[in-house]
Write a protein that binds this ligand. Structure first.
Ligand SMILES: Nc1ncnc2c1ncn2[C@@H]1O[C@H](COP(=O)(O)OP(=O)(O)O)[C@@H](O)[C@H]1O
Ligand SMILES: [Mg+2]
Length: 320
């Protein structure tokens, strides 16, 4: 990989903004600095601005303000240089249903003026990568959802990109298919040295796959870090409480406890990050008994990126 232009930073944005209309500010002053050869997950709920961010980075739409570079090339002034080095697969698939899998890939290679031999070698290699050799000559409309996603991934790889953008690569797939796609994505990073930027609203996807996560909400990156860093700041365990009565004085007393690391409220639940859930459960319950707050439901769990999302946005990120 040519490191001269970008000093190991594959994707860099400064104050990136996309305003679709007076009311719709889809991306709001986003600063990113993503090193080469990592998997970066942009995680957030529907409407957060993920697809819009990817669309600007892949030169499909123009930023309203700010700047973005991919591999050191400016997405506006050097769009051709960017396009030559990237691949992209979108959530809304545009697979031609009447073509076979092989034809879809062949067509894509021809769009990029690849020679016959180069195209065929590449197609065979990619069909093997995503395990679609056997289905290669079947029409796409006979494919399952998982097979279509795999073909879409292969298509994104046809031009041998250095950076691959994956917009919601596993949305709607069942667990086994998602796990397969995760394996292919890891393989692209580890065996081929790609930089991958994916968007997702699945916290488990970001947690298991990403080297770095940026949590995006209302067009803003609210927090960024490795999944481990983000989850560790939540405390070792999360005690989650639903109850009735005067929660405000209970919450004040809980906050004053030295072992409480975080406290957030959402959808009626009080979430308390503590050093050890099992040890602290009793103390929390007896504190509630002494105040006029009645616990109706209490559970202990390891914190997840969902809890991190909750802490920074005050809302639950649902896996649907
Ligand atoms: N072409 C468009 N024109 C106007 N508004 C848009 C357009 N595309 C997306 N939006 C709006 O921009 C916001 C961000 O959308 P999007 O980037 O698609 O979010 P995500 O991919 O995180 O679900 C949403 O409010 C959405 O309705
Ligand atoms: Mg989207």
């Amino acid at each position: 990989m040519d490191e001269r232009h970008h000093n190991g930073i594959a994707i860099e944005t400064k104050g990136l903004v996309k305003q679709y209309s007076e009311e719709v500010l889809a991306v709001d002053r986003v600063d990113l600095s993503i090193p080469s050869n990592i998997i970066y997950a942009l995680m957030g709920p529907n409407g957060a601005g993920k697809t819009t961010t990817v669309s600007m980075l892949t030169t499909l739409i123009e930023p309203t303000n700010g700047s973005a570079k991919v591999l050191g090339f400016d997405v506006m002034r050097q769009a051709g240089e960017v396009r030559r080095r990237i691949g992209v697969t979108f959530q809304e698939m545009v697979l031609e249903a009447d073509l076979t899998g092989r034809q879809v890939l062949d067509y894509h290679g021809r769009l990029y003026h690849q020679r016959v031999k180069q195209r065929q070698d590449r197609i065979d290699e990619l069909l093997t990568l995503v395990e679609l050799q056997e289905a290669a000559n079947r029409r796409v409309h006979t494919y399952s959802g998982g097979m279509k996603r795999r073909l879409e991934l292969a298509r994104g790889m046809m031009t041998n990109p250095e950076v691959l953008f994956l917009d919601e690569p596993t949305t709607g797939l069942d667990h086994q298919n998602r796990a397969n796609i995760w394996d292919y994505i890891r393989n692209l990073k580890e065996k081929r040295g790609l930089t991958l930027m994916l968007t997702t609203h699945y916290m488990d996807e970001a947690e298991t796959l990403a080297d770095q996560v940026g949590i995006i909400d209302h067009g803003r990156i609210v927090v960024e870090g490795t999944p481990r860093e983000l989850i560790d700041q939540m405390g070792a365990d999360t005690i989650s409480i639903l109850g009735q009565g005067d929660s405000s004085s209970f919450i004040k007393e809980v906050e004053a406890l030295t072992f409480v690391q975080t406290l957030t409220m959402a959808d009626g639940f009080i979430q308390i990050g503590v050093d050890s859930g099992n040890r602290r459960l009793v103390e929390i319950v007896s504190l509630a008994n002494r105040s006029s707050f009645t616990i109706e439901d209490i559970s202990v769990a390891k914190p997840s990126l969902g809890d991190v999302f909750l802490k920074y946005t005050g809302r639950q990120l649902r896996d649907t």
